[in-house]
Design a protein around this ligand. Structure first.
Ligand code: PMP
Length: 367
């Protein structure tokens, strides 16, 4: 039994109760094998069926076309910041890639890519990530090997509500913090990657969805474990994969299928984020979300309390009182401060409503 704690963590994040209950059973005796799911050989029939089922379920949830490969890798989102340029920089001569930087994660990705080629910043440089300039103002390079963007900036709370148009240049997307929270047309992408620890499982595994014609163009000195082609040829079993993380992911995919699929996740995400944004918008400036309305994240809602100066005391009080009521992990990222509410798929509408009610109470007591 879990304590009644409401975990609004940005990641590693809450997992559905049903998933944890199943994992508890399989921990000591997986499907009658007499061994823990953690003890299964990655070459065993049992694990083979775990990884194959996970892939099939992901394919059906996201409606992934046949000419796309699914890879399970290690190294997290940060590993992919390196894997992407190593695998794709050579798609065109000149080794240059476009980066749409809308927050600290795409900023980190661009910085990593500079080690392997030249990086063109599509948007003017900024440190204040609060919006996405209109596409008409973007500086896209038609000769870029690929265009990189982050669908949801986990720290700054900036989320794309559209898929960028790249006029044929392969589009690479970091979906670490919003994969499987809305239906997307996979055929618009060259590569999608996502770490597991927010919307799809526990830390350890990173999912890659890649259009097959983009395989096989890696830089010659690429580390083998980061080579998409090598991973694909070996069905993600080139070396020992993060077996437990893949297993948990499979349980989460199954849970999503049983809970309305991606449409269900999308609907819930709108309801939950709407509850929090409504309180912010009706607080007469007591709660301040700096992000433009058209790109507010449905997954991570960052806000400050009161004016920028002197809000620290109030924010600390907010966090302390919330924690007393069982609402944890609400502290904003150390780089931006304030509060951040993360609303990944396992967080329920009920939990979010309790938080929204607390925010209203807190507002009434302190404004
Ligand atoms: N991209 C995004 C959007 C993220 O939120 C994170 C982690 N919070 C990362 C990349 C980095 O992932 P990891 O810690 O798995 O390397």
């Amino acid at each position: 039994e879990r304590e009644h704690v409401m975990n609004f963590s940005p990641g590693p994040a809450k997992l559905p109760d049903e998933v944890l209950v199943q994992a508890q059973k399989d921990l000591t005796n997986y499907a009658g094998t007499g061994v823990s799911v953690m003890e299964l050989s990655h070459r065993s029939k049992d694990f083979e069926s775990i990884i194959q089922r996970a892939e099939q379920d992901l394919r059906s949830l996201l409606d992934i076309p046949e000419n796309y490969k699914v890879l399970f890798m290690q190294g997290g989102g940060t590993g992919q910041f390196c894997a992407v340029p190593c695998n794709l920089m050579d798609l065109k001569p000149g080794r240059t890639a476009d980066y749409i930087v809308t927050g600290c994660w795409s900023e980190k990705a661009a910085k990593e890519a500079e080690k392997y080629g030249s990086v063109n910043l599509v948007l003017p440089k900024t440190k204040k990530y609060t919006g996405i300039p209109p596409e008409s103002e973007w500086n896209l390079n038609p000769d870029a090997s690929y265009v990189f963007y982050c669908a949801n900036e986990t720290v700054h709370g900036v989320e794309f509500q559209f898929i960028p148009e790249t006029n044929g240049v392969p589009l690479v997307c970091d979906m670490s913090s919003n994969i499987l929270t809305r239906q997307v047309d996979i055929s618009k992408f060259g590569v999608i990657f996502a770490g597991a620890q927010k919307n799809i499982g526990c830390a350890g595994c990173t999912v890659i969805i890649i259009r097959e014609d983009l395989l096989g163009r890696a830089l010659p000195n690429i580390p083998a474990v980061f080579c998409y082609n090598t991973m694909n040829t070996n069905n993600s079993l080139f070396n020992t994969p993060p077996t437990y993380s893949i297993y948990i992911m499979g349980l989460v995919f199954n849970w999503k299928k049983e809970n309305g699929g991606v449409d269900g996740m999308e609907e819930n995400s709108l309801v939950k984020s709407g509850l929090i944004y409504d309180v912010i918008d009706n607080s007469s400036g007591f709660y301040v979300c700096p992000v433009n309305i058209d790109c507010r994240s449905r997954m991570n809602v960052p806000f400050r309390i009161g004016s920028a100066e002197g809000c620290d005391v109030l924010e600390k009080k907010f966090l302390d009182q919330a924690a007393e009521l069982g609402m944890i992990q609400l502290k904003g990222h150390r780089s931006v401060g304030g509060i951040r509410v993360s609303l990944y798929n396992a967080v329920t509408v009920e939990e979010t409503q309790i938080l929204a009610d607390f925010m209203k109470d807190f507002l009434n007591k302190h404004r």
